[in-house]
Structures are given as structure tokens and as C-alpha cells.
Design a protein around this ligand. Structure first.
Ligand code: PLP
Length: 441
């Protein structure tokens, strides 16, 4: 079985040169966890500029869904690039854009006919979603959740409530956004030691009884936006009854439900859209990241009667360019043919094995997830659940030094989001490295 190979000190000599220039020329606002300078990628494997190889369990933050440089995706990109790279869907027509929109409309959950707006990123997909929600309802308020991450442009940032550094000194933000607690079964926001079902009920009750009665009258609320599984907030899986309850609340008051599938979507959780686990149809869905295997693309999918804005109301020059569309169409084909199923199968195996780690390592407080979107929460004490961010960072750093690429999420969670092509053998290698790392720290 192939294993990571670290032949130099880390960072190696070539990496050091790039890091020096990066420090001089690149915006210091990025959040790199360790000095890995990538050169090539193939499947779940990445080689750095010094020839060290790594097993990649974060897939460019849940983007390389079909693995790095899947040959069929590369071929689709090359073929399209030779024919037409850009035309601008804002002002012209081309087949790839329509073909992709038709495909997304067809695979999006629910029976309502759909329309699609194509953009370049997750933040843009959410910008379109909230603009559309306000436009369609003619209402102003938007309810989002603590722990949410929806992007860094002004609208998306105003919805984001993950880490304060993402907002510090950027106010005033877009007005009319109200945050409420996310139903985290491991850390219930209201009553403690209650069932997950009760956690969900209390959150929905809080929106209806407190928010609507005090700061935002229900008839002035345009939308509620939620991640089906919180990503940056710490890979938090809500209770099964949460989204059905939330949908019911939205229907009662004519509020649109926006589901941000940017991180959880495109097959990662073992279903094409993560919200399918909860059996409801959102009014608007935003996707990006895994949709085009690494080519920039965002999509806002809405019920046809909701996407009713007129020409000029929203557009973007690059959105849905032909090459990204070609990559997305091939990505969706690969997901449907086998990778969603692989994500479900391998995810179940990885989750089960990580849960067994709890018998060995007292500092693991919780292991949760769906498919290949799994979080391991690191705590100082299982009783008090006090977060141990420093130990989490140490584990992630040591794993890198042993050739396993992981990343954190939230204050103290390790996220596992490997490419959906991952094999059982690759998972076993990752688990072996992780066990060694956890023993050593
Ligand atoms: C759930 C979610 N929404 C939106 C975004 C923003 O996407 P982008 O970085 O492509 O703007 C992210 C990025 O991590 C995300 O996880």
C-alpha cells in the first residue's frame, strides 16, 4: 500500500523559498495551518515542491470531490478550453451554462421546478441567495445561525458568525441579519442534558417565540439560512427533526428557507445534497466548492417561482464560464456513477473507526458526521467538555509532519473531508498515522 513519504525536513528547501516570497507578496489574511507547498495532486495524494508526498484528507477544503486532477475532469477541461474559454453568460448564450443549470435543476431535491444562477464561489452563491430572498419576498430580515460560515463578502460575512476575526473592524455590516443558536446536540444551546430532538425543538421555539415577538416580526423576515451540517463552525450535525421543524416554521410565515450546501453538498455526505438526509425541500440552495472538482464555480438553485427577478437585477461577468461548467458536468456524472456511493460507504467505515478511537484517547469528546464529512472534537475533559484548541492544533501539525493532511474546524475540531475517491486502504493508512500522532501528543 502506498504511504506518505517525507524525505526532507519540513518545510523543505524549495518550500522555504516559496514561503519567503509568500510572506513578502501575498496578503497576510490567509489562515495557513502548516507550511505545505503543493506541486502536484493525484486522487487523494499530493506532492510538494521538494518531492514529499502526503495523503490528503481535506481535499483543498472539501473542493476536490473527484480527487486531485481526475483524468476525466482534466480531459473535459482541456476539451472545453480548446473550444471556448469565456463568453460571459451575462450578455450571451452558450450551451454549457444551460446544460449545467438543467442538470442542477434536475438533481436538486424536491418536486418544484427550479432555476439556477451561476457564479464563481460559495460567497457569491450566498450573495445571490439573500438578494433573491429579499427581492422575492420584499421583506428585509434574514435569520442565520451562530457558528455559521457563509463567506467573506459583505452580505455573506454579515451572515457568518463563526470567528470574530472574520468580522473585526469590518462593521458596519449588512443590516437586518439576526443570529440564533444552531441546534448542536453535543453542546445544547438551551436546556442541558436533553435529547437531540428537544435541542431542535428549543431552537425553533426560540425563533418563533423570542425572535419573532421581539426583534423581527415574522411577516418581515425574508429568509432563514442554514448549513445542513455546519462546516467551519466545527462539523456539527443537527438533530434529525431540526430541518423538518424549521421548514414548517418557514411555511407557516411565508419565509424562504435557504440551505447553504457549499461545504456539505455535491455528494460529500453520501447524498448529492446533504439536506436530503433530512427529507425537506429548500426554497433556495447554494453550492460551490465540490461542484467542479476545483474549477471556480458557484450555483444558486431556487424554485422557479422564487427566482423571479428581472434582467439587470443580478449578474456576473465570469459566473458559469464554459470551462467550469464542463468540469461541473463531468464531476456530477462521476458523483452519480459511483462517488456518492463510495462517500457513503467509506464514510461509514471512517466514522466507525474514529469512534473506536474514543476508547483509546480520553481527549476525544465527540465524533460525528455523515459520509465523508466527519468531525472529531478535542476536549480537556469529557465531563466539562472544555475545548482544547491547542491540542487540536498540535495533532493537525504532527499529522502534517507524518504526511497526513488534516485541517481544523471551529475552535477545537479536526475535520475529515477527503476526496470522495478515497479507498478503505487509504483510510487505514490515515488512521494508522493519526493513531501514532495521538499517542505521541
Ligand atoms: C458553508 C460555506 N458557505 C460558504 C463558503 C464560502 O465559500 P467561498 O470560500 O467559495 O466563497 C464556505 C467556505 O468555506 C462554506 O464552508
Amino acid at each position: 500500500m502506498k504511504r506518505p513519504e517525507i524525505k526532507t525536513q519540513l518545510p523543505g528547501p524549495e518550500a522555504k523559498k516559496i514561503l519567503a516570497d509568500d510572506e513578502l507578496f501575498i496578503s497576510p489574511s490567509y489562515t495557513r495551518s502548516y507550511p505545505m507547498v503543493a506541486k502536484k495532486g493525484n486522487g487523494c495524494w499530493v506532492e510538494d515542491v521538494d518531492g514529499n508526498t502526503y495523503l490528503d484528507f481535506n481535499a483543498g477544503i472539501a473542493v476536490c470531490s473527484t480527487g486531485h486532477c481526475h483524468p476525466e475532469v482534466v480531459e473535459a477541461i482541456k476539451k472545453q478550453a480548446e473550444e471556448l474559454i469565456h463568453m460571459s453568460g451575462t450578455d450571451f448564450y452558450y450551451p454549457q451554462q444551460v446544460e449545467l443549470a438543467k442538470k442542477l435543476a434536475e438533481i436538486a431535491p424536491g418536486d418544484n421546478a427550479k432555476r439556477v444562477f451561476l457564479s464563481n464561489s460559495g460567497a457569491e452563491a450566498n450573495e445571490a441567495a439573500i438578494k433573491l430572498a429579499r427581492y422575492h419576498t420584499k421583506r428585509q430580515y434574514i435569520i442565520a445561525f451562530y457558528g455559521a460560515f457563509h463567506g467573506r463578502t459583505y452580505g455573506a460575512m454579515s451572515l457568518t458568525a463563526s470567528k470574530y476575526v472574520q468580522r473585526k473592524h469590518f462593521a458596519p455590516l449588512v443590516p437586518g441579519v439576526i443570529h440564533v443558536p444552531y441546534p448542536n446536540p453535543y453542546r445544547p444551546p438551551f436546556s442541558k442534558d436533553v435529547s437531540p430532538e428537544k435541542v431542535a425543538e428549543e431552537v425553533v421555539q426560540f425563533i418563533e417565540e423570542v425572535v419573532f415577538n421581539t426583534v423581527a416580526p415574522a411577516e418581515e423576515v425574508a429568509a432563514i439560512i442554514a448549513e445542513p451540517i455546519q462546516g467551519e463552525g466545527g462539523y456539527v450535525v443537527p438533530p434529525d427533526n431540526f430541518f423538518p421543524l424549521l421548514k414548517k416554521l418557514c411555511e407557516k410565515y411565508g419565509i424562504l428557507l435557504i440551505i447553504d450546501e457549499v461545504q456539505a453538498g455535491m455528494g460529500r455526505t453520501g447524498k448529492m445534497f446533504a439536506i436530503e438526509h433530512f427529507g425537506i425541500e429548500p426554497d433556495i440552495i447554494s453550492v460551490a466548492k465540490g461542484i467542479a472538482s476545483g474549477m471556480p464555480l458557484g450555483a444558486t438553485i431556487a424554485s422557479r417561482d422564487v427566482m423571479d427577478w428581472p434582467p439587470g437585477a443580478h449578474a456576473t461577468t465570469f459566473g458559469g464560464n464554459p470551462v467550469s461548467c464542463a468540469a461541473a458536468l463531468k464531476t456530477i456524472e462521476l458523483l452519480q456513477n459511483e462517488l456518492i456511493e463510495n462517500a457513503a460507504r467509506q464514510g461509514e467505515y471512517l466514522l466507525g473507526e474514529l469512534k473506536k478511537f474514543m476508547d483509546e484517547f480520553e481527549f476525544i469528546g465527540d465524533v460525528r458526521g455523515k459520509g465523508l464529512m466527519i468531525g472529531v472534537e478535542i476536549v480537556k475533559d469529557r465531563e466539562t467538555k472544555e475545548r482544547d484548541g491547542a491540542l487540536r492544533d498540535k495533532i493537525v501539525d504532527e499529522a502534517f509532519r507524518k504526511g497526513l493532511l488534516l485541517l481544523g474546524a471551529g475552535a477545537n475540531v479536526i475535520r475529515f473531508c477527503p476526496p470522495l475517491v478515497v479507498t478503505k486502504e487509504e483510510i487505514d493508512v490515515a488512521l494508522e498515522i493519526l493513531r501514532d500522532v495521538m499517542k505521541s501528543v
